[in-house]
Write a protein that binds this ligand. Sequence first.
Ligand code: NAD
Length: 507
Amino acid sequence: MTVEEPAQQRVPAPESTPDEILVAGEWRRGNGAPIETVDPATGRTLTTLAGAAATDVDEAARHAARAAADPVWRELPAHRRARLLHRIADAVDAEGERLAALQTADTGKALTETRALVASAAATFRYTAAAVETAEEALTPARGDYLTMSRYEPIGVVGAINPWNSPVASDAQKLAPALAAGNAVLLKPAEWTPLGSLALGRLITRALTELRLPTGLLSVLPGPGRTVGDAIVHHPRVGKVTFTGGTRTGRAIAHAAAEKLMPVSLELGGKSPTVVLPDADLEQALAGVLFGIFSSTGQSCIAGSRLFVARERYPEFLGALVDRAQKLRIGPGGDPGTQVAPLVHHKHRDSVACYVDLARAEGARVLCGGSAPDGDAYRDGAYYLPTVLDGLPNSSRTCQEEIFGPVLVALPFDDEDDLIRQANDSVYGLACGIWTRDHRAAWRIARRIDAGTVWINTYKQFSVSTPFGGMKDSGLGREKGRDGIRAYQRQKSLYWGVSDAPLPWAN
Ligand code: NAD
């Protein structure tokens, strides 16, 4: 990447208004269409933002390229980049309650979940700070009179595009390693949920200013995927895109990346099997299966949305499961007792309802749920009842397509081979849960399942130190773990002659 102009520190206005976006360190109204953010628990408008346009992306990308090339940032040693990440983590912790409440209002998620997501964002910045400070480069074994070493350098400008389901945490998962690796970032949140990402952008910009680093290193550009997202992906200054979202969008981005010969990381959709073996602990499996599908109201890429139960336990397990699903507490995310909060948006609730209609048309039995809840308390919110379906073959659309809502489809299996055949008969390969006391069976199944993550007698546990990503149509590449930073760097080999002897042609 060639950059001629010197980096300029853009000082953010001391007071910015809530309708502004972040373009290379500057808070201002975007040139794009207005974005109305709605509280899905009430239908009330929270904010109307002046969203980004392709022209804002271009300006942000040019400033980002300058900031990334600025020696103040580019030559900053890893332990000082770590200092920035620690400062961001401290700010996220200090503002934790506010960030969680904002995310609950914007996404509808229960406060217990958004608090955990914000804590996980702070932990991601801290872990990545430690990882970058201790990351080692290799002096490779010399095979002649020269030293050989392998180094990692920043890519330059990274485009980070996220969906609406867990904004602040998924932003941290991309921003922390991208900044740690020495890049500048253009972050595009989803249209429905920009507020958490903008709030995080304020904290990061403040930390950059305090440490006298170029504020052009970060832009937060809310706007439609087909204009703003597309402009980021195609911008010549953007050297890598890291994307989380649907498989169809991910595939389109991969095509664009192929044209530019640009690296891309894709965290995509799922239809994850959760498996109850004949010897499973009933109580543990029931709680785990319910949590696996109905937490986050099913709006989770790793939701355990296909349930496979050993045929001999099927009637007993399904009966108990339906009984408990009907007792889950449904309510607004801000209520501490809520287990199943509203969906992110009324339009998304309608799409989930259409899927349940499709299931009925395919011949499913609706064992519970299958509609919005009754009652005045639920009238204005984007609520949908926890729904359990069965009676469909694994080949049905209901069993194959990602619904991304509180909808579980149950299937019996006869033996381990039948289970593996059905569970792997999916375009997706994101996650899997296994409930059993038989450690040998768990080990065998875990290795035979096509999934990037397998949980045994637990589900949806997450650790930033453990790599995460999908197989098959669920994605390309891995996030998290010590090597997560490497996905945002370019590897370079150095050969360093140490002999006084001339090369052969000197003769
Ligand atoms: P989506 O693919 O519609 O949108 C994701 C993001 O991409 C949004 O910011 C959107 O504006 C943007 N976008 C849309 N079209 C684009 C284009 N042509 N070019 C560039 N950007 C574009 O997904 P969604 O509905 O927001 O999110 C739900 C999906 O995300 C589900 O499929 C879910 O499984 C997936 N997801 C995956 C993970 C994971 O880690 N594997 C995590 C969370 C969500």
